[in-house]
Write a protein that binds this ligand. Structure first.
Ligand code: T6T
Length: 325
């Protein structure tokens, strides 16, 4: 009897020793769904996410649509949910249209963290509203980014004249907030500046370029444009160049693809506001892993900006924030 009891005790001890080891051996799979796959911003985010995944022994799956559109993103999300990853990191392409599709993941017990963009109000885990179920929101402070852009453009144009915002489309949390911050700063502190009607380009740089030329044709006294994301900014800059207005119509660009360097050096773009997408990806994976291993995580993580201009773009501490291709 004693021997049996001793053996049982031993078995329990062995189990206690083995169980934690087994738990640690579980290899988690974390899915990262970008706004679109062919964008240096999300390519750089993936690199940061992969670095964290490698450090933690996590399998990272990167799956997205070729354009920034809920109609193409939702089927990708459905396919990811069907594979039952341990967690989903996603940049939702619309504040409202991704709520129900993401709730399916939540209802299936898959933790959701949003990166870059948010759903609902972006304030999660409050018990209020229909879209507060994601665990965390990891992103730039986009209202602040818009304010920074406004100050940079105001400085470039001597604080007076007509400008406009080249933007993607309404309903995207990031670009909506950048426009909001830009207009708020202009209205509060730059009375000499008139902000014309926003031009929406559907994330199509060619459309943004034609719009620049059309706005300039209607307003020959146009002095500046704020490109609220990578494609809006590149397109607006191309439009300025095609209109022969390099240096006369000032461009402030959100985002920092490698091609921005030439545009800054030739004076086509005055200032580029680089986000830190690798940081967003890294902390996205770390947060998901922390949650999966029983840690509590912050409901929001704010990542930084690097402001690039002609004076600092050659500095490696600045240029390291250019996006990967
Ligand atoms: O500006 C980024 C991202 O923050 C935004 O949500 C969508 O556009 C980009 O991916 C740049 O193309």
């Amino acid at each position: 009897k004693k021997i049996v009891a001793a053996l049982a005790a031993l078995a329990i001890c062995a189990a206690a020793l083995v169980t934690p080891a087994l738990a640690q051996d579980k290899k988690f799979t974390i899915a990262l769904i970008p706004g679109l796959t062919t964008d240096g911003f999300y390519i750089t985010m993936r690199k940061g996410a992969q670095a964290a995944a490698d450090a933690l022994g996590v399998t990272l799956v990167f799956q997205g649509a070729p354009d920034f559109n809920p109609v193409t993103q939702v089927p990708v999300l459905d396919a990811v949910i069907a594979k039952k990853p341990d967690a989903i990191l996603i940049a939702p392409t619309d504040k409202v249209q991704l709520v129900e599709p993401l709730r399916k993941a939540h209802d299936a017990g898959i933790p959701v963290i949003t990166v870059d963009t948010f759903i609902g109000s972006g304030v999660y885990q409050t018990g209020a509203g229909e879209a507060d179920f994601p665990l965390s929101y990891i992103a730039s402070d986009n209202v602040l980014g818009g304010e920074i852009a406004a100050r940079a453009l105001a400085k470039a144009i001597g604080d007076k004249g007509k400008v406009y915002v080249s933007n993607v489309k309404p309903g995207i949390s990031t670009t909506d907030q950048r426009e909001e911050g830009f207009k708020k700063e202009m209205a509060a502190n730059h009375p000499g500046i008139t902000v014309l009607e926003t031009q929406f380009n559907d994330n199509d740089a060619n459309k943004a370029a034609s719009q620049l030329q059309a706005v300039f044709a209607r307003n020959p006294d146009l002095v500046g444009v704020f490109g609220a994301n990578l494609f809006s900014a590149l397109g607006a800059a191309n439009g300025v160049q095609q209109a022969g207005q390099t240096g006369t119509v000032k461009v402030v660009a959100f985002d920092a693809p490698t091609s921005i360097v030439d545009n800054i050096n030739t004076g086509l773009v005055d200032v580029a506001i680089a986000q830190h997408p690798a940081e967003i990806g890294y902390f996205g994976v770390v947060s998901a892993y922390a949650h999966l291993t029983g840690q509590s995580i912050p409901v929001a993580i704010g990542t930084g900006f690097t402001i690039m201009d002609k004076a600092n773009i050659a500095d490696p501490n600045i240029s390291k924030y250019l996006y990967s291709e």
